[in-house]
Design a protein around this ligand. Structure first.
Ligand code: ZN
Length: 489
């Protein structure tokens, strides 16, 4: 699968009606082909390429094919038609896999004699796709100028648009752009692709017999440390740790904005469903989260790249269970959970561009077990006796005396799980990591080797509020973001 990148260019607001008509026609064509596929579902068994040919044979009149079975009611440019057909195929496939999933669920429920009230998915009646421009329908002259073929309602015309001149990414291949119509505004989404050659995770981990594979494990939180990362090897060697903070600040900003939303709502009374209120405020809140997700994901990828990590591993994110409290508090917590999902997805695509894969492991007990011996830990505040498990407390202590930062422990567990899944030499039940792990705990957490006393992690871990950084690996020098990554986005 290639990595993809999109540059969004706002075009001048001219010939907007034609752009709208083009979009309408495009969706009419999608509808036509979608319904044809609905009526002839066996066609979906063909490969997409063969299906495209077959659909053209069934619908397009040519000299060799004078009477197609289901003649297309419009005379469309071939490449416009093909884009619509491919979109219809995609829609049909996705609808049918949803339907299949529903049938499976229903059968399962019936087998277990359980009630099943879920309604089956309905095929879309209308389509609202943005036209994809295939070769021949557009011409990008340079970074400042593009020609698009548009339908006026009567005829096809070429329209020239200016672009901002943003430079296109080097060494990426340009793919089909998309025309996006939003009210009176026109945008061209120009896509770029890059082929990435990278072995699947399973192969990378299982073939790592000499412990050379380096991975970066990440524990995502909703407290101040949004991401706690570790660079690990299969034998338990911890090469580096990094705290990506700033959670408190962004959560505070968001909570204040949500408070303003609540206040305004009280003034205006309740809303009808789907009615959008406080548009500006919501936009602000959404942008805040997006910015944070980009900032944190970029840091994670930079950190992984810096240490030549080949895989970044997270835990699966659980569902959000709302707590009681004020609107702004509940809403804020919910959004903090969502933010983790965004960070994961942004990391995934940013990492992939660099040939780094992402994976997720089971979240079960990643914080409750000691990464060095897999015993159940106590979680507690600093200067507090380790008695019980207090969710969210910063420290952990296990019955074997391993101690340290609770988030780093979770991050360790997440990384080890990935190794344990595919590497036969790593087992979580018989932690071979123990020997290595304990001594490494010294280095990683700043333990004093001479007397074996555990020093609190803050001695070794340097926090730079907002933009990282804690680094206490085995004699690795502190390194700031490398120059070649400074402009990385
Ligand atoms: Zn332990």
């Amino acid at each position: 699968m290639p990595a993809t990148k999109t540059i969004i260019e706002q075009l001048e607001s001219k010939r907007v009606e034609a752009a709208k008509a083009t979009k309408e026609l495009y969706n009419e064509a999608i509808k036509f082909y979608f319904e044809l596929l609905q009526g002839h579902q066996s066609l979906l068994e063909l490969s997409t390429k063969k299906l495209l040919t077959e659909l053209e044979r069934l619908t397009v009149e040519t000299l060799a094919n004078p009477q197609p079975a289901f003649a297309l009611p419009w005379n469309l440019p071939a490449m416009f038609r093909r884009a619509a057909i491919n979109s219809a195929i995609g829609q049909a496939r996705s609808f049918h896999s949803n339907l299949e999933r529903w049938h499976k669920k229903k059968d399962k429920a019936q087998l277990r004699k359980k009630k099943f009230n879920e309604r089956p998915p309905q095929p879309p009646k209308e389509f609202h796709q943005n036209p994809v421009y295939y070769q021949g329908m557009y011409r990008i002259v340079n970074e400042k100028e593009v020609y698009l073929k548009l339908y006026t309602g009567q005829a096809w015309i070429w329209v020239k648009y200016r672009m901002s001149g943003r430079s296109f990414p080097q060494s990426w291949e340009q793919a089909s752009p998309k025309l996006v119509v939003k009210g009176k505004k026109l945008f061209l989404h120009i896509c770029f692709e890059k082929k990435i050659k990278v072995a699947p995770i399973k192969q990378q981990v299982s073939k790592d017999t000499s412990n050379e594979l380096v991975i970066c494990s990440v524990d995502l939180n909703i407290n101040n440390n949004l991401a706690v990362c570790r660079i690990l090897k299969a034998d338990g060697t911890v090469l580096a740790s990094r705290f990506i903070g700033g959670g408190k600040a962004s959560s505070g900003r968001r909570k204040r904005a949500l408070g303003r939303v609540a206040k305004k709502r009280r003034k205006t009374g309740n809303l009808r469903p789907y009615e959008q209120d406080n548009k500006k405020l919501w936009e602000y809140i959404n942008n805040l989260d997006k910015y944070e997700a980009h900032r944190v994901s970029r840091r994670i990828v930079e950190f992984a790249f810096e240490y030549r990590a080949r895989i970044i591993v997270f835990e699966h994110l659980g569902n959000f269970k709302p707590q009681k409290g004020k609107y702004s508090r509940r809403g804020n917590e919910k959004r903090s959970y969502w933010l983790r999902g965004k960070i994961y997805h942004f990391t995934q695509y940013k990492a992939y561009e660099l040939g780094i894969l992402t994976s997720r492991v089971s979240p079960k007990n990643t914080s409750r077990l000691c990464a060095y011996c897999q015993k159940v830990v106590a979680r507690h505040n600093r200067n507090q006796k380790p008695k019980e498990y207090r969710p969210g407390a910063p420290m952990f202590t296990c019955p074997n005396g391993h101690r340290g930062n609770a988030d780093l422990n979770a991050s360790n567990n997440i990384g080890l799980r990935l190794f344990a899944r595919f590497n036969k030499q790593v087992s979580l039940k018989k932690p071979i990591l123990k020997k290595v792990g304990v001594s490494l705990l010294y280095n990683a957490e700043g333990q004093d080797k001479r007397d074996g006393q555990v020093a609190p992690p803050e001695l070794a871990v340097v926090h730079y509020e907002n933009n990282v950084v804690a680094l206490t690996g085995q004699g690795l020098p502190f390194s700031s973001t490398p120059a070649h990554l400074k402009n990385f986005s």
